[in-house]
Design a binder for this molecule. Structure first.
Ligand code: ATP
Length: 364
């Protein structure tokens, strides 16, 4: 029997290619993993009539650990985000995204080393929305006007942005505990408290309260989100652990990924008290799906995070070492990295890159 059983949700688009690559690399790392396949996403919708079957949620609950490829979320219409539904159903309240330079990956800086901690359960991602012209939207518009809070144009669609004391305390505590555990020096809270006083203002107030408990152990400061974005791009070294409400964390994740070479190399995890689901930051990239062009590094580094979580620290470190060596050699890099580095060299396919990585692991 394998040491660990992990639920594997390959997902949509490039997820099929990156998940297969990830499985090969994990096998070559020596970690003893049995994969339990579980469907979700657009193809699953066609086959099973739902994008997220109950059996998939049960499989994650049973195994406690899953790794997931990207799942397409239809824009504007269609089924609601499976990613958001999974996070909600399994109470995966933390989205953890380390951002680390890989020499040779074409980053704007050579020494980025920061950690994004994104609240995963509320904010504008809560999914509480009222369609323009609907009864709910009309009632809400009426209520807002009668309460004297302001006025909303009658032809508005409305999305609600709840930020709670409970979720804020939970996520900020996680950020500080993570900082303590990993020897990090500072937590920064990013917000727009000057404009949204009762949502972001609450986030900042609670973050400051939690920070008091860590005084003398981990430093704390805060940044208004727009100023944060500029500061991050100009000098990422001033940041260490950064904690965000949901939406800003989503946007900042892609921004930070751009600093180190792009979405192709940005790993992540969704963590709850009972379960953890590891997944790359990127989406399903339909433009390159099925063409063997995807860069599987992000999913492979997400698997390394998963192995850390499972206590397979050596296998995780072996994978990270192999990734660094393949990038340092620079012979078998995918097209996104060739673009980021401005190199005219021929790009490797997803399979060729994975072959090089497996060879590096086997050569150890
Ligand atoms: P989502 O809304 O799910 O975040 P998205 O369409 O906004 O998805 P992604 O699918 O993450 O964005 O990617 C945007 C673009 O970045 C893709 O169209 C693709 O060109 C590129 N890209 C993303 N991930 C990868 C990858 N792993 N390898 C190569 N290119 C990638």
């Amino acid at each position: 029997m394998a040491r660990h059983t992990v639920t594997l949700i390959p997902g949509d688009g490039i997820g099929l290619e990156t998940s297969a690559a990830m499985q090969r690399v994990v096998a070559a790392s020596g970690a003893d993993i049995e994969w339990e396949l579980a469907p979700a996403g657009a193809a699953c919708m066609e086959e099973h009539g739902t994008p997220l079957p109950e059996s998939t949620i049960e499989a994650v609950e049973r195994n406690k650990v899953a790794i997931k490829g990207p799942i397409t979320t239809p824009v504007g219409t269609g089924f609601r985000s499976v990613n958001v539904a999974l996070r909600k159903t399994l109470d995966l309240y933390v989205c953890l995204r380390p951002v680390l330079s890989i020499p040779g990956a074409g980053g704007r800086y050579e020494d980025v080393d920061l950690v994004i901690v994104r609240e995963n359960s509320e904010d504008l991602y809560a999914g509480i929305e009222f369609e323009e012209g609907s009864e709910g939207a009309c009632k809400l518009i009426d209520f807002v006007e009668k309460s004297g809070a302001g006025s909303i144009r009658p032809d508005s669609g409305i999305s609600i942005k709840p930020i709670s004391v409970t979720a804020t305390r939970n996520i900020v505590e996680y950020a500080f505990e993570y900082a303590l555990k990993h020897g990090r020096k500072k937590v920064t809270a990013a917000h727009k408290a000057n404009i949204m006083k009762h949502s972001d203002g609450l986030f900042l107030r609670e973050a400051r309260e939690v920070a008091k408990r860590y005084e003398g152990k981990v430093a704390f400061d805060d940044k208004i989100i727009d100023a944060f974005c500029m500061s991050l791009v100009m000098d990422p070294s001033q940041f260490d652990v950064i904690v965000f409400p949901n939406l800003y964390g989503d946007i900042a994740s892609d921004l930070a990924a751009g600093l180190v070479g792009g979405l192709g190399i940005a790993p992540g995890a969704n963590i709850g008290r009972d379960c953890a689901v590891f997944e790359a930051v990127h989406g399903s990239a339909p433009d390159i799906a099925g063409k063997n062009l995807a860069n599987p590094t992000a999913e492979i580094l997400s698997a390394a995070m998963m192995l850390d979580h499972l206590g397979e620290l050596e296998a995780a470190e072996r994978i990270r070492r192999a990734v660094r060596s393949v990038y340092a050699r620079g012979e078998h890099l995918t097209a996104d990295i060739r673009r980021a580095t401005g190199s005219g060299a021929t790009a490797a396919s997803c399979t060729e890159f994975t072959d090089a990585l497996v060879a590096a692991l086997e050569a150890e």
